[in-house]
Ligand binder design. Structure first.
Ligand code: GTP
Ligand code: MG
Length: 194
């Protein structure tokens, strides 16, 4: 996919701020620091357009990236970020749940997990949540550059088994090498028709 135009159209915290267009949307969800903003950058061929950080909790709003005036990628704050107050965390949870459960244009979610470890309870809960609301989901195991190629199959089996996935529901990815990017784009195109 050739990207010429990408624009952070709005950082929203409530529905009245969401874009008014009917373009399809794909959400990126996953734990703080897992690599959602990094994946966004790879998908749109930009270095640090979506701000990344090694400090968890970098993204704090729903960031709507308008891509080629056809589709939005919605970069979502990470769940399970401990270093904010309980009240703040509840506000985030409401913001995220409102978006995921009420947005008609939402065509799918990319649920990122850390490819280096066995999926956690929160990863599994997120998958169940998306399933319950019938949001088509792709699991992307990221940071795979930190794992030897010879161990990839083993990681893949562990993730599939822990999360109960078929082959076509999981992509192994690295923002560093961009491995897996085309597979993710294919899935996005299937979901959105873009
Ligand atoms: P929040 O906005 O805090 O929820 O985090 P995020 O999920 O957007 O994570 P972000 O993209 O900011 O990445 C977090 C850290 O992980 C950064 O230091 C990235 O450089 C690093 N990182 C992300 N993806 C990869 C990857 O595929 N490989 C490696 N080696 N590092 C990565
Ligand atoms: Mg982020």
């Amino acid at each position: 996919v050739n990207i010429n135009n990408v624009n952070l159209e709005i950082s929203a915290v409530e529905p009245k701020q969401y874009p008014r267009s009917n373009h399809p949307e794909i959400a990126l969800v996953g734990r703080s620091n897992v690599g959602k903003s990094s994946l966004t950058n790879v998908l749109v061929n930009r270095k640090n357009y979506a701000h990344t950080s090694n400090q968890p909790g970098k993204t704090q709003t729903l960031n709507f990236y308008n891509v080629e005036n056809k589709i939005y990628f919605v970069d979502i704050p990470g769940y399970g970020f401990a270093r904010v107050s309980k009240m703040e965390r509840e506000k985030w949870a409401t913001m995220i749940e409102t978006y995921l459960t009420q947005r008609n244009q939402l065509d799918g979610a990319i649920n990122l997990i850390d490819g280096r470890h066995k999926p956690t309870q929160t990863d599994i809960q997120m998958k169940a949540f998306l399933e319950y609301y019938q949001i088509p989901t792709l699991i992307v195991a990221t940071k795979m550059d930190k794992i030897k190629k010879s161990h990839w199959n083993k990681s893949k089996s562990l993730i599939k088994k822990t999360m109960g996935l078929n082959d076509d529901q999981l992509v192994l990815f690295s923002a560093k090498t961009r491995s897996g990017k085309d597979q993710i784009w294919n899935w996005i195109q299937q979901q959105s028709g873009v």
